[in-house]
Structures are given as structure tokens and as C-alpha cells.
Write a protein that binds this ligand. Structure first.
Ligand code: SF4
Length: 698
């Protein structure tokens, strides 16, 4: 019978950072269905994306041949992509022709305009090994550190603050620790939608008595489970958090012993929060002073309190400041370093933690060793056998500015879709259209690939083997279940082919060879052997020696900083880069939906998920829709200083009056055409969670 699989392959979910383990049930090179496995993060649970979002891999629009832009066909940033007329724009080519063209063009740009005229974006969708080889290609073949990926759009500010404050950008405790916490604070995150299986553990914890505090400008369906829901005004995180710290200091709820033995900089912080009384901050953040006091006391005095956050915290020009406050809260109360406590930035993509760990960022080599640190430079020059650039490279948005200015002239983009995901997407599209040479490696002709000179057909998640690191620092093995279609090739092979054509002499015969090299350069995973991954499927880092169990909870007796101590960093309130005014009176908040993932290239081609959420929507408070004179389902046009899109109105009482929430996965209404590219100065993350727009019907 058609429905009986001929093989079962254990792997992990390709979507969010929860990292659920699953089993692909395969027949005749087709995935029939997916089942949840008993992995450490999911214990057989899957959400709708993990369970039903697999048939994108078999979609008829999969790229199966290399494509080269036809001579004379211009790259027009405003050109709408038409999947039916792809062959008017591109012609099919052999791998040899396409790879030779890429190698020649990128080498010639490097030799003619200099090493910094090239840049590469890797992907958090790819494996650790792909991320590692990609950044190695850019650093050793292109010759600069101009390499980045979507962490820049996601938790770059969290990582900047965490590295500065506690010496490590990863989580201190796994999600599952919510079941050991007395109090859980979730701020700027909507786990039911974005980390659904993690949300189920939080719901289980609440049933067992954990007090859940959610702080968010938008109400969500977890509202009904909360002990308190703090619907604070968008953009006022620092006001709220500094006021909580003011209460903790004034009421003597600090953990003096922890502060004295494990931290530095407390006196400055104490002095700074003096000016942030709850009474002063209540009108700023929209939460009454009594509630601020109550929540501050609850967090500080419980036996174990944990904080989890998402991009509502990180995607602001003050994203790093927001996270500095969360760190300070945990440090001043000693709510870190024990089970059920700590700091957990919920990772968005399934491998955004691993890709960052593997060095797919412009200022750090693998394992966060700085590219301007002489010791690290020497170490990687020895390992890679070449001279390395000593300056940090450009970040995602900076690369686009440099491309528009003609400073970056050639790019290699693997698995990312900046035409949809970058802020001020029209600008990003113009920048990519201006490049002398753009090569895009992907499984579909994405909006970004449509602007390419060469498109290389890559492998989908179930078509390759590699490791992926989830939000809990769990390194897990994704296994190949099916073969790629047509002439599509595995990404590791493609990266190596380009490396060879740029003069690099690499000899990796298997993905495990790459992982072994990573272990040699990354102390945190040095103890994880490939054999152990094959055997156990998942190992937590830090795991520095073979045989180490791996530490799920870290910072138990010291922080991985130069002094072993954590650092308080006081911050002041700074406003969003673009506030509403008479011309653009509404606040635009962007984010995701349960059924779709990021720019939608996979989930919108998954039958069930697309059927559940087929059309672009704008979520509005009923009062705002009434004021507009519209009703649910009407077309609403959103306009910012940078662009305009039309979407269908959906009523949402959780979205505050005066704001509009829009998912960024719909190419026909690409909301990032409207968003503001203003950057957080530390993490260089754009302000996706706040810009000014105007609404009109039609
Ligand atoms: Fe996949 Fe995340 Fe859903 Fe788990 S919660 S099945 S990792 S999308």
C-alpha cells in the first residue's frame, strides 16, 4: 500500500529553535508522514509545522538545475517574481559552467577591487558544518570577515549583552527548566506561535503551580494562564525593567552575597536605577506602580525564577539595553546558576545558535573568538594555513549599504532571503540588484534568487546529514532521509566546489570530517565525537572532554569572563528611532505566525500549512478597524516612509490600539518594505518591532 513507509529516518525538525526530534517515514524517496521522537526538547511532541510542514521538499517549484541569468536581462529590484516565467530570466546550465562562472567572477572582483569587495550570507537553516565551511570560505577564500547571517536580525543584541555581561551568548538553562521554576517571566515573546512545543512545557509548569508573568505590548493566548499579564507600551522595556530593579534595591531584596562574590559594577547600577521609581515609570510604560512592585517582589523572592525572552526584546535600537536589564535583574537577585533560574533568549531558527557558534558572524571566529584578538588570529591562521584579515567584517544591513555604495560588488548568499527579511527591503533589493555578481544557493527561486546572476540548486533539510544546535545548546544530528531532486546538490559539496575555484585546497570527504575540524577549534564542543552523536542523537555543550555529560545548567560557580565574575551594565531609556506622528500615526510591529516560518519559502509551499494560512494579514485592534471604517477581511494599505503594502485586515484584541501587527512571510505583501533599518549600536540589529505607519482602506 502507498501509505506504508519503506524506511524510517530519525532527524530533527527544520523549523524553530526548540529542536524537536522527529522521524521521517519514507517510501520511494518521498516523505509520507512525520512522527515525533522522544528527544530531550520535545519528548515526542511536535507542533503543526514539524508535523505537517515537510512536503515543501517535494514541491514542483524545487530548483533542479543551475541557472544563469540570460544576457541582457536586467536586474530590477521592483520586478515581481513570476514562477511561470523563470526561463525568460534565466537559462539552465551545467554545474561545471555555473561553478566556473561563480569562481571566475568572485575571484576577479576580489583581485580587482580588493578582498572587502566581497561578502557572504550563510544561513541558520543550514547545518553547523555548512555554517563552518561557509565562514571559512569567506575568511580564507574571499579574504575578509564580511560574513553574517540572520542572527543579525534575530538575537544579535541579546548575544552582545550576554557576552558583555556574563561571557557567553547562549542560554544559561534549558527551556525544560521552567518546570523547576517557581516564577517564570516571559518578555517580548509569544512561544505559542513561535516556539510551540516549548510553550507546552510552560503550560505544564503553570498547571503544576509555577507563576507565569508575561510582559508584552501584545496580548496572546497564553494570557489566560498568566499570574499577571503586563501589557506595557511598545518601546518602553527599559522603563519597566529599571523600575523593577528600583523596587528590588529599595526593598532590600537583592542577593548581597551573590552580588559580592560573583559580580562587578553593582554600585553604578544601583545608582542608575535610583531615578526609575515605579511611580515615575508607570505613566511611561503603562503599568501601574503597584503591579511593578508586586512582580519585582515575586521575581526576587521566589526560590527559583527564570526569564525567557524573544525578539520583542531584541529587535529595537535599544535591544542590547533591554537585555542588559534582564541580565541585571537575574544577577542582583542571584536568580542564575541553579536549576529553574537563569536567562533564556528563545532562538528562532533551528540552527541560529549553532550557526553563530560556528563563526557565521563578522566579528568572531568559531566559538566567539574575536577576529581582532591576536591569539585567536594566530590559532585560526595555523589551523587554516593562511593569513587572515584582522578587522571585523560588515554586518547584514551594513553589507547592503556597502553594496548600494559600490563598495561591496560581489556576494554569495546561501539559504537566506534578504529581499524579504531585511529591513527597508526595497533598499536591500536595490543593493543586491546593483552588485556586479550575485550567486544564490537555495532550494527555491526565492525573491533574493530572482536578483541573482547565478542560482545554484541546493538540498532541502531532509536531503542531507549534519548537526544542528537548538536553543538549549543541544547539538543534534539531522540525518538524510531522501535524495535531492534532479541535479540539485548538497550544500557542503557546493561550498567546497566554489572554494576550489577560488584557490582553496580542501579535502573533506564526509560531513564528519568538517565536524572533527570544528571540534579542534571550538573548546565548547571538543568532547563531542561524531560516534557519540550517531549513538545518542543529541549532546549538550559545553562538553569539553570526551565522556563529559555536557552541562544543561551553566554558571553554577563562575562566569566564563576574564575575571570569572559577571558585570552589571546600567542603561537609560532611549526612544525608538522613528516615533508615530501626524503623517504616520500607527506603530508597526512585525513577527511570525504559527503556521509560517520566516520568509515563507518552505512553509508556504507545504500543503497543510499554506491551506491554514494562505493570505497576507494585518492584525488590528477592533477599535482601530472601526475607526478606519472597515471590517475583518477588508484590504488595508499600510504605508511607511519607505514603502507600501496591502493586506487583509484581521481583528485581534491582543494588538494594542494604535498598533498593527504583520507577519513577514508574505512575498505579495512583503512587510519589510516598510520597516526601519535603524540599528542597535551594539548588536547591529534593526528595529523590526517599531516603526511609524499610516493605515488606509483599500
Ligand atoms: Fe519544529 Fe519548533 Fe514546532 Fe518543534 S516547536 S515541531 S522544532 S517548529
Amino acid at each position: 500500500a502507498l501509505s506504508i513507509p519503506d524506511k524510517k529516518v530519525d532527524s530533527v525538525c527544520p523549523y524553530c529553535g526548540v529542536g524537536c526530534q522527529l522521524t521521517y517515514n519514507v517510501k520511494d524517496n518521498k516523505i509520507l508522514y512525520v512522527e515525533g521522537r522522544d528527544g530531550p526538547a520535545n519528548h515526542a511532541r511536535l507542533c503543526v509545522k514539524g508535523r505537517y510542514g515537510f512536503d515543501y521538499a517535494h514541491h514542483p517549484q524545487r530548483l533542479t538545475k543551475p541557472l544563469i541569468r540570460r544576457a541582457g536581462v536586467p536586474k530590477r529590484a521592483d520586478m515581481a517574481m513570476d514562477p511561470e516565467r523563470v526561463m525568460d530570466v534565466f537559462r539552465e546550465a551545467t554545474w561545471e559552467e555555473a561553478l566556473d562562472l561563480v569562481g571566475n567572477r568572485l575571484s576577479s572582483i576580489r583581485d580587482h577591487y580588493g578582498k572587502k569587495a566581497l561578502a557572504g550570507f550563510g544561513s541558520a537553516k543550514g547545518s553547523n558544518e555548512e555554517a563552518y565551511l561557509f565562514q571559512k570560505l569567506v575568511r580564507t577564500g574571499f579574504g575578509s570577515n564580511n560574513v553574517d547571517h540572520c542572527t543579525r536580525l534575530c538575537h544579535a543584541s541579546s548575544v552582545a549583552a550576554l557576552l558583555e555581561g556574563i561571557g557567553s551568548g547562549a542560554v544559561s538553562n534549558p527551556v525544560m527548566d521552567v518546570t523547576k521554576a517557581e516564577v517564570v517571566i516571559i518578555i517580548g515573546a509569544n512561544p505559542t506561535v513561535n516556539h510551540p512545543v516549548a510553550a507546552t512545557w510552560i503550560k505544564n509548569a503553570v498547571k503544576n503551580g509555577t507563576k507565569l508573568i508575561i510582559a508584552d505590548p501584545r496580548r496572546s493566548d497564553m494570557d489566560r494562564l498568566t499570574h499577571r499579564f503586563l501589557q506595557f507600551k511598545a518601546d518602553t522595556d527599559v522603563a519597566l525593567l529599571n523600575a523593577m530593579m528600583h523596587v528590588i534595591v529599595h526593598e532590600g531584596l537583592v542577593d548581597e552575597q551573590f552580588i559580592a562574590s560573583r559580580t562587578i559594577g553593582y554600585e553604578e547600577l544601583k545608582h542608575n536605577v535610583e531615578g526609575y521609581s515605579p511611580e515615575l515609570m508607570a505613566p511611561v510604560c503603562g503599568i501601574d506602580a503597584d503591579t511593578i512592585r508586586y512582580v519585582a517582589r515575586l521575581y526576587a523572592t521566589s526560590k527559583a525564577s527564570m526569564i525567557l525572552w524573544g525578539m520583542g526584546v531584541s529587535q529595537h535600537v535599544h535591544g542590547t539595553d533591554n537585555v542588559r536589564c534582564l541580565i541585571a535583574l537575574a544577577l542582583m537577585t542571584g536568580q542564575i546558576g541553579r536549576p529553574g533560574t537563569g536567562l533564556h533568549p528563545l532562538r528562532g531558527q533551528n540552527n541560529v545558535q549553532g550557526a553563530s557558534d560556528a563563526g557565521l558572524i563578522p566579528m568572531m571566529y568559531p566559538d566567539y573568538q574575536r577576529v581582532d584578538n591576536p591569539e585567536a588570529i594566530m590559532k585560526f591562521e595555523r589551523l587554516w594555513g593562511t593569513t587572515l584579515d584582522k578587522e571585523p567584517g560588515l554586518t547584514v544591513v551594513e553589507v547592503m549599504h556597502a553594496a548600494k555604495e559600490g563598495k561591496v560588488r560581489g556576494m554569495y548568499i546561501m539559504g537566506e532571503n534578504p529581499a524579504m527579511s531585511d529591513p527597508d527591503a526595497n533598499h536591500a533589493r536595490e543593493a543586491m540588484a546593483a552588485l556586479d555578481h550575485l550567486v544564490v544557493q537555495d532550494i527555491f527561486l526565492t525573491e533574493t534568487a530572482y536578483l541573482a546572476d547565478v542560482v545554484l540548486p541546493a538540498s532541502a533539510f531532509p536531503e542531507k546529514t549534519g548537526t544542528f544546535t537548538n536553543t538549549d545548546r543541544l547539538v543534534q544530528l539531522g540525518r538524510q532521509a531522501i535524495d535531492p531532486p534532479g541535479d540539485a546538490r548538497q550544500d557542503l559539496w557546493i561550498i567546497q566546489q566554489i572554494a576550489e575555484r577560488m584557490g582553496l585546497d580542501w579535502h573533506y570527504t564526509d560531513v564528519s570530517d568538517v565536524f572533527d575540524e570544528m571540534r579542534r577549534s571550538m573548546p565548547t564542543i571538543a568532547g563531542i565525537t561524531w560516534e557519540r552523536l550517531l549513538d545518542e542523537h543529541a549532546v549538550t555543550y559545553p562538553c569539553t572532554e570526551e565522556g563529559d555529560a555536557g552541562d544543561a545548567v551553566v554558571f553554577t560557580d563562575h562566569f566564563p569572563t576574564a575575571t570569572g565574575k559577571a558585570r552589571f551594565v546600567p542603561v537609560e531609556v532611549i526612544p525608538a528611532a522613528e516615533k508615530p506622528d501626524a503623517a504616520y500615526p500607527h506603530v508597526l510591529i512585525t513577527g511570525r505566525q504559527l503556521e509560517h516560518w520566516h520568509t515563507g519559502s518552505m512553509t508556504r509551499r507545504a500543503t497543510v500549512l499554506d491551506a491554514l494560512e494562505p493570505d497576507p494579514v494585518a492584525l488590528l485592534h477592533p477599535l482601530d478597524l472601526e475607526r478606519l471604517g472597515g471590517k475583518a477581511g477588508d484590504l488595508v494599505t499600510l504605508t511607511s516612509r519607505r514603502g507600501e503594502v496591502a493586506l487583509y485586515a484581521r481583528v485581534d484584541e491582543g494588538t494594542p490600539v494604535g498598533a498593527v501587527f504583520v507577519p513577514f512571510c508574505y512575498y505579495e505583501a512583503a512587510i519589510n518594505k516598510l520597516t526601519n533599518p535603524a540599528l542597535d549600536p551594539f548588536g547591529k540589529i534593526p528595529e523590526f518591532k517599531y516603526c511609524a505607519v499610516r493605515l488606509s482602506l483599500g
